[in-house]
Design a protein around this ligand. Structure first.
Ligand code: SF4
Length: 471
């Protein structure tokens, strides 16, 4: 039975995490094939909001052609005496959660990256108008966040109107992010956590600090604080910092405790400012991936909107699969664009001096936050499309990672260890150890806990001497 009798499909938390494949979709709204898409929440004066009003600008669901993708915008306008502009980001992020409560309606990502699909099945059941979606959003928002007194929803599918509002939305996101810049982790005694993405990645916990924006890029420390205060039982919660265990890697006793509790014991340590060891987990809706490139001992970054292959020959989707799922994967790190503007961005790994490649579009967006002496040393797709081209570029520009190549050693496993190799045995040396080592094969994911991989022989050779030998 449906939660709401006047809605043709079921609505409930059980539909969160439901995926709709291309073959099963009736239409797609936003998504990778559409440049202009957005969702936006605005706090308004009471006289500017008509409670329960649902506007549709452009074709409604029933007027759309089956199988097609459409430009799309959702504008939520709210009013209430306790509502402040500071809450807009938090209200906006709930669009994701509440849309996903609707049977056969999938919502991914956030802000200018939204990707929604309506299933054929739900369309056939009668979910053929945004009026229904608007009604559900209106009811869920008002029941879950009672400080919203009035709310109206506008769905925009008219391409010209989407385009116009999209550029306005970008300015609003930037102003919101800029407000949150400047505050330091050291200046606060509380961080915030978010588990909204656990429906997709059950062990994922976002830790939001003043200098580490959430992975989705939609929740700042200020947003976290606002969300935890208006809805203390909601998905965003307070984390007492506790003791600072490592200022460079960014390890706090309070963060470790909170993450352990919220991941039900799966994740026990988090190092906020590195992609190695115990990196922050990655859910699935991160804006970009920082991926380690062993050949140059540096990081590449690729964002969700990048359609070509990254410099290591892999597409965003492949890199995202290696990163996502609430795991801690060495060298694969889900990040937001705003985190790239933080002075603590990957600080334990060398920060920007370790970044070697990123798409031009992202570079332009964060350029003023890259140390001036590095800007021209970091390649984009215009400078390098392959690892060989990248190596040549980095060498020519004397990127700081080139220094590392001289010190670097390579570890080569010559012969795999026999299965019966024992720890401490005369010939077996552990070459890889990990608290949890995931292996994906044939559609199964196997996690080796406290894994140690042994090799009969380990050869350590400097890159320099190897090159000399070849030369
Ligand atoms: S990415 Fe993090 S902050 Fe954003 S919704 Fe998911 S869990 Fe919350």
């Amino acid at each position: 039975m449906s939660m709401f009798e006047d809605i043709p499909v079921d609505v409930g938390v059980i539909y969160e995490g439901e995926r709709i494949r291309r073959n099963d979709m009736y239409v797609e709204l936003g998504g990778p094939d559409i440049k202009e898409k957005f969702e936006l929440a605005r706090v308004k004066k009471p006289e500017e909001v008509e409670d329960g009003k649902i506007n549709i600008i452009g074709p409604d669901l029933k007027d759309m052609e089956e199988g097609k993708s459409y430009p799309f915008g959702i504008l939520i306008e709210v009013a209430g005496p306790q509502l402040e502009e500071e809450l807009e980001g938090v209200i906006e992020r709930r669009i994701h959660e509440y849309c996903n409560f609707i049977e056969g309606f999938m919502h991914l990502n956030q802000r200018y990256d939204i990707w929604l699909r309506l299933s054929k099945k739900s369309f056939q059941k009668g979910l053929n108008s945004f009026q229904f979606i608007g009604k559900v959003l209106h009811r869920l928002f008002k029941s879950e966040l009672p400080i919203i007194e009035k709310m109206q929803v506008t769905f925009i599918t008219d391409p010209a109107k989407v385009k116009e509002l999209y550029s306005e939305a970008l300015k609003i996101y930037e102003a919101r992010d800029a407000r949150a810049r400047g505050l330091k982790d050291e200046e606060v005694d509380k961080f915030y956590g978010c588990i909204l993405c656990q429906s997709f990645a059950p062990t994922h916990v976002c830790v939001i600090t003043p200098q580490r924006y959430s992975n989705c890029g939609a929740i700042s420390w200020f947003d976290g604080r606002a969300a935890a205060s208006i809805d203390p039982k909601g998905p965003v919660f307070t984390i007492e910092k506790g003791e600072l265990l490592d200022p460079v890697k960014g390890e706090y006793s309070g963060v470790n405790e909170a993450v352990k509790k919220k991941s039900l014991g799966e994740i026990t340590r988090v190092w906020l400012y590195t992609a190695f060891g115990y990196p922050h987990t990655s859910c699935g809706c991160f804006e970009g991936v920082a991926f380690y490139i062993p050949e140059v001992d540096g990081f590449g970054i690729v964002h969700r909107g990048y359609r070509d292959l990254a410099v290591n020959g892999l597409a965003f989707s492949t890199l995202a699969d290696s990163t996502a799922g609430g795991r801690q994967v060495d060298g694969f790190h889900g990040i937001s664009i705003e985190y790239m503007r933080s002075p603590k961005f990957l600080q334990a790994d060398g920060g920007w001096s370790r970044v070697v490649w990123l798409p031009k579009e992202v570079k332009e967006r964060v350029k003023s936050f890259i140390p001036a002496e590095l800007v021209d040393k970091i390649a984009t797709e215009e400078n390098a499309k392959t690892i060989d081209e990248l190596k040549a570029f980095l060498k020519e520009r004397n990127h700081p990672v080139v220094e590392r190549w001289k010190e670097e050693v390579t570890v080569a496993i010559e012969e795999a260890a026999p299965a019966e190799a024992k720890e401490g045995g005369s010939s077996a040396v552990p070459v890889v150890t990990a608290a949890a080592l995931p292996i994906t094969a044939g559609g199964f994911k196997i996690i080796l806990k406290d894994a140690k991989i042994y090799a009969k022989k380990v050869v350590i050779r400097s890159l320099k001497s190897e090159k000399a030998e070849k030369g």
